[in-house]
Design a protein. Structure first.
Length: 121
């Protein structure tokens, strides 16, 4: 039995180059055409492919950008808000802050430049 050694995450989109540049900036990845590559070789490659149809419904899968790992309470919210401000300047849209509920820590729901949901976690 063989094991998987790498995972690539593929996104359908209208403008692959533009979306790849956005996510490269978000993650600190290298922009390579319609893809983003982790310069350390640890994270998954992200590929963006053009499709004719537009986004219609909520994502069934989304990325969590881990900026608040190990932080709790107001310190975590401050880290999420700071990263949110940086990403809004890149073209992302803030959707809502989900506050800690005793089970989950706070996270911030956002959309990328084509409306795909992701979370700052």
């Amino acid at each position: 039995m063989t094991s998987v050694r790498q995972v690539q995450i593929t996104f359908d989109c209208a403008e692959p180059e533009r979306v790849a540049r956005f996510w490269s900036s978000v993650l600190g990845y290298e922009h390579r055409g319609s893809a983003c590559v982790d310069p350390s070789g640890v994270g998954p490659r992200l590929l963006f492919q053009r499709v004719p149809e537009g986004k219609v419904v909520k994502n069934r899968l989304h990325l969590d950008v881990r900026v608040g790992t190990g932080l709790v309470g107001q310190e975590r919210v401050a880290a999420l808000e700071a990263e949110c401000a940086r990403l809004v300047a890149l073209g992302a849209v803030r959707v809502r802050l989900l506050r800690a509920d005793g089970v989950n820590e706070s996270c911030l729901v956002m959309q990328d430049i084509e409306g795909n949901e992701f979370c700052l976690d």
